[in-house]
Write a protein that binds this ligand. Structure first.
Ligand code: 9EZ
Length: 318
C-alpha cells in the first residue's frame, strides 16, 4: 500500500480506483506551499490542470515514483525535472477523444449556419435573417489535417453527415485512412485546394508550429471555413486574420489560442470568427474517462514498484 495525493478535482471514479489499493488523500484545493511541504510523504501524485508541478515541488518529493495528469498533455508538469529524478509521468490521451471530435462537429455546423452570431443578434432584439444565409455540409468536402486519435474519430462522423472526407497526415497509411472513411492526399496543398471545411488535429510540435500560415491560407478556397480544436500555435493567428480580411477564407471556428486566455485578441472581433474557451474536453464523460485512465496507470505503476513480476504476469498465472 502506497500513499497517493490527489491535488486537483478529479472525477470520483478515478479516486475510487486508487482507494481500492492505496492510502489516498483527496485535497483538490491544496495550495502550492502546502503541496511543497507535504509532497515528501507521498509515492504518487495526481493532478488535473490547476496544480503546477514545478521543479521545486519535484525536488522536495523524496519518495515520489509517479505523477499522473488527468488530462491530455503535460502542460502543468515539469516533465524534465521529473525524469531527472526517475519519476514516471503519465497522462490520459484517450479520454478526450470523443468529446473533442464532437465539439469539432458542433463548431463546423455552428460556423456553417452562423449560430453564435444569430444568437447574439436575436438577443439584441434583431430579426435579420438575411445576414445569416448559411451553407449545408452534406455533399461538401472536409479536409482533416492530422488523422490520429481525434481526426480519425471526426472522419466517420463527418461521413455519416454526408461529407466527402480527405485527410493529410504523413504518419498514417492510405489503408488506415480508408478505414475511417477518409481518402488520403499526398500533400497539404492538395487538401487545402479541395476542401470546403478544413479541421486541424495535429499535436503542437516544432514541426507543426505555424503549420497554417499565409502560404496555406492562400491555397484554401475563398469560401472555405477553418475549424481549429487542436493546440494553440499550429495556426498563425495574424496570418488567419489577414486571410479573413483579404477574402481568402469565409470563416473560422477557434477553440484554442496562441495564448490562453486570449484576452483582447483581434481575431475574436471578426464577424466571421466564432470562438469557445478551450471547451473541447469539457464534458462530464471526458473528465470521468481522464480520471479513470490516469488512476489505472498510477495504480499499475505503483503495483510494479511493489511486485514487479506479478504485476506484469497475466491474471491466470497469479
Ligand atoms: C503534421 C502531422 C499531421 C503530425 C501528426 C503527428 C508529429 N505529428 N505530426 C502535419 N503525430 C498532419 C500534418
Amino acid at each position: 500500500m502506497y500513499s497517493i495525493l490527489i491535488a486537483d478535482p478529479i472525477a470520483s471514479e478515478g479516486v475510487q480506483i486508487l482507494e481500492r489499493a492505496h492510502r489516498v488523500r483527496f485535497d483538490p484545493v491544496i495550495t502550492a506551499d502546502a503541496l511543497r511541504d507535504a509532497i515528501s510523504n507521498y509515492d504518487g501524485l495526481v493532478v488535473r490542470s490547476r496544480t503546477k508541478v514545478t521543479a521545486q515541488i519535484i525536488d522536495a518529493a523524496k519518495r515520489l515514483r509517479v505523477i499522473g495528469r488527468a488530462g491530455v498533455g503535460l502542460d502543468n508538469i515539469d516533465a524534465e525535472a521529473a525524469k531527472a529524478h526517475g519519476i514516471q509521468v503519465v497522462n490520459a490521451p484517450y479520454s478526450v477523444t470523443v468529446s473533442v471530435a464532437e465539439h469539432t462537429l458542433g463548431l463546423m455546423i455552428a460556423l456553417a449556419r452562423f449560430i453564435p452570431q444569430a444568437d447574439v443578434s436575436l438577443r439584441r432584439g434583431e430579426w435579420t435573417k438575411n445576414k445569416f444565409m448559411g451553407t449545408e455540409i452534406q455533399g461538401k468536402t472536409l479536409g482533416i489535417v492530422g488523422l490520429g486519435r481525434i481526426g480519425s474519430t471526426v472522419s466517420p462522423r463527418a461521413v455519416a453527415l454526408g461529407m466527402r472526407v480527405l485527410a493529410y497526415d504523413p504518419y498514417i497509411t492510405r489503408a488506415r485512412a480508408l478505414n475511417f472513411g477518409a481518402a488520403m492526399v499526398d500533400t497539404l496543398e492538395e487538401l487545402l485546394a479541395q476542401s470546403d471545411f478544413v479541421s486541424i488535429h495535429t499535436p503542437l510540435m516544432p514541426t507543426t508550429r505555424g503549420l497554417f500560415s499565409d502560404y496555406e491560407f492562400e491555397r484554401m478556397k475563398p469560401n472555405a471555413r477553418l475549424i481549429f480544436c487542436a493546440r494553440g500555435g499550429v495556426v498563425d493567428e495574424r496570418a488567419l486574420l489577414r486571410a479573413l480580411e483579404e477574402g481568402n477564407l469565409a470563416g473560422a471556428a477557434l477553440d484554442v489560442f496562441e495564448t490562453e486566455p486570449p484576452g483582447q485578441n483581434p481575431l475574436m472581433q471578426h464577424p466571421r470568427v466564432i470562438v469557445t474557451p478551450h471547451l473541447g474536453a469539457m464534458t462530464q464523460e471526458a473528465q470521468t474517462k481522464a480520471a479513470v485512465e490516469v488512476a489505472e496507470q498510477v495504480a499499475r505503476i505503483l503495483k510494479m514498484q511493489a511486485e514487479p513480476v506479478r504485476a506484469l504476469a497475466p491474471a491466470a498465472a497469479c
